[in-house]
Design a protein around this ligand. Structure first.
Ligand SMILES: [Ca+2]
Length: 461
């Protein structure tokens, strides 16, 4: 019925304003009263929210939509005229949504930013006291209402094999752009200088050239490599010039991974550091086994206990899957020590493989999303090293969880304790006092939304 009413209203408008034969570039002349009727019915048809372009009377297919503060709290039909007035004086965009808790419709005047200008859209949203930015192209909301410099992250990855480590790192830079976290440092737990050099490339490419990098010196011997992109840092163009800038360069050195942990942790306030571990736990294990040094008089266990708040880990098998976890089993001796020594009051949230398994980011999508530039470290991999493949987005799920929190996006298990067996099984024992929880797999629409979110981040530049 409501759709029918809207059709009548729009048909009336079309006749009245020559909508059907609108000459290019000519704006519609619609009375505000008629327009208010249309907008109110739009609200009823799209209780989840809508945006209407008053120039074209179309719903925009692209753009990051943010509401203006001036039309905040414009609810119910009587407020629409004021909203229209503001929109006409500004961007000619009107939005609306239904608030079921208050049983009323809200309307606002909106501004649109290009889809690849998320940081600018979020800054505008904060300035205007708005909680979310809506991406028309992706159909998802991005939270915007706060800055979180106090989320201090150390990112610990096995760079140099699967590309999800790169995408997770890309997410962290984007979150930094959005002022949602502070990346204290990157620990590379897969041995080989080239893997740390790849992080140096990423730091520079994304505008954070001075984020410290540590590199595992005595970790897993010759682990399996899925995509051999470790030579990315040395890629050259046809004139033999290096493609990517670096800070550390060929002559610089990297601290041993656990040493960088010690240095960074010693500098931070107590119980303030979040570790995102998406590779082997070799550096974490060596950190826990370390003694006092030039950075801290504390031993590793005490230093971690004092400084670390929580750890988000890509790993573990808790659900229906019988496949053994890769990250823990590939470095089983280190992993067993890690589980043995980790102080019991440090919060652990696992992101099991099965949660990220359905998030396929195809090579074609990746190249397409990075079409804003010719030269890009991740794009280079898909242009020259792999063809016609996809990457499952496991690692970004730990990053998103660490930055966005435990409730907003994920379904998380009850509390319990996790123990690791010598064959690499992760055993979960429920206990309300336990320090561990794990992400539960989402349905297909959840997976789609998460992949869209990662892709929205990838197009930012
Ligand atoms: Ca990884």
């Amino acid at each position: 019925m409501k759709r029918f009413i809207l059709f009548i209203l729009l048909a009336g408008l079309a006749v009245q304003s020559g909508f059907a034969q609108k000459p290019e570039g000519k704006k519609l002349q619609i009375s505000d009263k008629k327009l208010a009727d249309v907008i109110y019915v739009m609200g009823e048809i799209h209780p989840e929210g809508f945006t209407l372009d008053l120039n074209t009377m179309q719903l925009p297919l692209e753009g990051l939509i943010v509401s203006y503060k001036e039309t905040q709290n414009s609810f119910s039909r009587k407020s629409i005229r004021k909203v229209i007035k503001h929109a006409r004086e500004h961007d000619n965009l009107v939005g609306g949504w239904y608030n079921p808790e208050e049983g009323d419709y809200y309307f606002d005047s909106n501004r649109s930013f290009p889809e690849d200008s998320l940081a600018a859209a979020l800054a505008f949203a904060r300035k205007n006291g708005q909680h979310t930015v809506y991406s028309c192209a992706k159909g998802i909301n991005v939270k915007s209402n706060y800055e979180q410099h106090d989320i201090r992250i150390i990112y610990d990855c096995d760079m140099g094999s699967s590309t999800d480590d790169l995408f997770a790192l890309m997410m962290l830079y984007r979150y930094m752009d959005m002022k949602r976290c502070t990346l204290l440092g990157v620990v590379v737990d897969r041995m080989n200088r080239a893997n740390a050099d790849a992080v140096d490339v990423m730091n520079n490419y994304y505008g954070y050239p001075n984020i410290p990098i540590g590199l595992e010196q005595t970790g897993v011997k010759a682990p399996r490599v899925f995509i051999p992109y470790h030579n990315m840092a040395y890629a050259r163009d046809i004139d033999a010039n290096l493609l990517f800038k670096r800070t550390v360069g060929d002559n610089g050195t990297y601290l041993d991974g656990y040493k960088l942990y010690r240095k960074l942790l010693a500098e931070q306030p107590d119980k303030s550091v979040t570790v995102v571990s998406v590779g082997f736990v070799t550096c974490l294990s060596r950190l826990l086994q370390s003694g006092p040094d030039e950075f801290s008089p504390l031993n590793g266990v005490d230093l971690v206990e004092q400084k670390v708040k929580n750890i988000y880990m890509m790993g573990g098998v808790f659900g229906d899957s019988f496949e053994h976890d890769y990250n823990f089993t590939a470095a089983i001796d280190f992993s067993l020590k890690f589980f043995e020594l980790l102080p019991k009051d440090i919060e652990l949230v696992f992101s099991p493989g099965e949660v990220g398994d359905p998030l396929y980011y195809s090579a074609e999508q990746i190249i397409n999303d990075l079409s804003w530039t010719d030269v890009h470290p991740i794009k280079w991999i898909y242009q020259y090293l792999v063809e016609d493949k996809f990457q499952k987005m496991w690692d970004p799920l730990a990053v998103i969880n660490a930055v966005e929190g435990d409730e907003a996006i994920y379904q998380i298990s009850e509390r319990g304790w996790v123990t690791l067996t010598p064959t690499g099984e992760t055993i979960f024992t429920p206990d309300p006092k336990g320090n561990a929880r794990y992400q539960l797999p989402g349905d297909s629409s959840w997976c789609e939304t998460l992949l869209k979110y990662i892709r929205l981040m990838a197009i930012q530049h």
